[in-house]
Design a protein around this ligand. Structure first.
Ligand code: MN
Length: 244
């Protein structure tokens, strides 16, 4: 019986992974809605079921559907998602493409870095880099919380690395993603009100505080390690994002 349950769990996890393998690349010209690797209520109490359901099935789906409508028959139709974000940001004519592509990329990164088994502290070279930059993990969290509280209006706060592998906390307004500045997004926190208002109302800081309990640091570590920081070449991570 236990073996059967384990097999079913493995099958579910494998299926979700297979469905998400190509979320950064349009299939037959259409981007797919990310399949969450957990249930809508799995991140409670940090994020409530209703928030997750609306955020994924309404907000993210809306961005995916709009992006698909916008890129039909354009130069963006066959591009990886992060390339669409970078290129559409470079022209004032394609701001709708940029807004929706950015939000799809942002949310795909956001939802996949959270887990009901998250929390704790990062390990390995990411932990070392955080200690080198901020002195301690707690000091990093405080700096991140402050940046989240100070961001005016809707946007995102990111832990990123540059081409040297150095870490920074950066803010992006609206649907911005740090790939447009040549930075690699490692951890992104959505501070649009739709991400927290049902659970926390105006208390954005309480929402960000609660997120530390559900961050899957193994995912963030993988993103950092994939940057090829050891070879001092974060560009490879941007290319990897493009190929996902
Ligand atoms: Mn959102």
């Amino acid at each position: 019986m236990i073996c059967l349950m384990l097999w079913l769990l493995l099958l579910c996890a494998t299926t979700a992974q297979a469905e998400n393998d190509n979320i950064e690349v349009a299939q037959d010209g259409l981007f797919q809605l990310l399949v969450l690797p957990y249930d809508y209520d799995a991140l409670e109490p940090a994020i409530g079921r209703k928030t997750m359901q609306l955020h994924h099935s309404k907000h993210l789906k809306g961005y995916v559907d709009k992006l698909n409508r916008l890129i039909v028959g354009t130069r963006y139709a066959s591009m990886p998602l992060s390339r669409i974000v970078v290129l559409s940001d470079s022209t004032v004519y394609d701001q709708s493409v940029f807004n929706n592509a950015g939000q799809v990329l942002n949310h795909n990164l956001y939802f996949t870095q959270l887990s009901p088994d998250g929390g704790g502290e990062p390990q390995g070279i990411l932990a070392d880099a955080i200690d080198n930059k901020w002195g301690s993990f707690n000091a990093f969290k405080q700096a991140f919380n402050n940046s989240s509280a100070e961001l005016f209006g809707a946007g995102w706060v990111w832990l990123v690395c540059d081409h040297e592998g150095e870490l920074y906390i950066v803010q992006e307004p609206n649907g911005g993603n740090p790939v447009t500045r040549g930075l690699v997004p490692l951890l992104g926190v959505d501070v649009w009100e739709h991400a927290y208002y049902l659970d926390y109302q105006n208390r954005r800081s309480d929402y960000v505080d609660a997120l530390w309990d559900i961050v899957d640091w193994s995912v963030v570590e993988e993103r950092y390690e994939a940057t090829g920081v050891i070879e001092n070449n974060c560009q490879s991570a941007i290319e990897m994002l493009s190929e996902m």
